[in-house]
Design a protein around this ligand. Structure first.
Ligand SMILES: [Zn+2]
Length: 299
């Protein structure tokens, strides 16, 4: 494929459309706030408007979409989504965007799309087998096998946030259960732990900033979260045998030092050289992976 392809990233707060070249580099982009509170039709209208601006420069083939939620790979419909996009569950994203844009649309989960992009042109391009963990407000993941995402029986694989985690027993996870890794190692988890220690409610981002500025309580909260994440990743490496582990998302930089220390200390010797690295593609990862999905036909 020699012409550029449009990839869309539909997130809870922002929608990004990128015109992605055959080399995986974004050549042009459009973005807008996601009108999540206005419902799925408004979200799709915004996504279609951004994509339509770039389509004249793209080839005539499909475009790709990465979005929050579990995606039915056969139909491109959302099977399940959390509250970040109200009403998104059941939305026929592929069909609705194809009707608006007049060409085929392929849809994948956003973390799956990001992993595909990192394997293609990012921090995992030297490996066909990857584990990517995305730590932002919540904690998600994706497993790449032989250059494609292992999507699982219901396209929901990679849910590393729901691993049972020592020290998290009294903390509520985003899924509603208690004791899961996401309840500690996520923006939400940092905010909750800091509030428990200090009585003060601030965002996960603010906890990270305070830790960086030397606040000892924030530092301790961040170190605990990073250590829990690093230990979990070391165990997952033994289970999955990836060529590399990538840490993506808004809280990755904050958690990486403590995570890397715990990871190195906990890796079983047979996997001692499996690197843990920051992801490389930043805010474009999902759109680039969505474009790759459109080129390839499968995540
Ligand atoms: Zn959970």
């Amino acid at each position: 494929m020699s012409h550029p392809v449009v990839g869309l990233d539909i997130g809870g707060t922002k929608t990004l459309a990128a015109l992605v070249g055959p080399d995986g580099k974004p050549r042009d982009q459009r973005h807008a706030p996601t009108p999540a509170r206005s419902g799925p039709a408004a979200v799709l209208d915004t996504a279609a408007r951004l994509a339509a601006d770039l389509l004249p420069a793209a080839g005539s083939g499909p475009l790709g979409v990465g979005t929050a939620g579990t995606v039915d790979p056969a139909t491109g419909t959302i099977r399940y989504a959390t509250g970040s996009l109200p009403g998104w569950t059941g939305t026929p994203v592929a069909e609705a965007l194809a009707a608006r844009l007049g060409r085929p649309v392929r849809v994948a989960n956003d973390v799956h799309a990001a992993a595909l992009a990192e394997c293609w042109v990012g921090a995992g391009r030297d490996s066909r087998h990857l584990l990517l963990v995305a730590v932002g407000t919540g904690l998600g993941g994706a497993l790449v096998r032989d250059g494609h995402v292992e999507t699982g029986a219901r396209s929901a694989s990679g849910g590393v946030g729901h691993l049972p985690t020592p020290g998290a027993e009294r903390l509520r996870c985003g899924c509603g259960r208690y004791g899961h890794l996401e309840a500690i190692a996520s923006g939400t988890g940092l905010a909750a732990a800091y509030a428990e220690e200090t009585g003060e409610r601030v965002s996960g981002r603010a906890v990270a900033d305070r830790a960086a500025a030397g606040d000892p309580t924030a530092r301790q909260v961040v170190d605990r979260a990073g250590a829990a994440l690093g230990r979990a990743l070391a165990g997952l490496v033994a289970l999955l045998d990836p060529g590399a582990v990538l840490l993506a998302g808004g809280a990755a930089e904050t958690l990486l030092p403590a995570a890397a220390a715990a990871y190195a200390a906990d890796l079983p010797p047979a996997w001692a050289h499996v690197p843990l690295r920051p992801a490389a593609l930043g805010p474009h990862a999902v759109a680039v992976g969505a474009a790759r999905l459109a080129m390839d036909g499968r995540p």
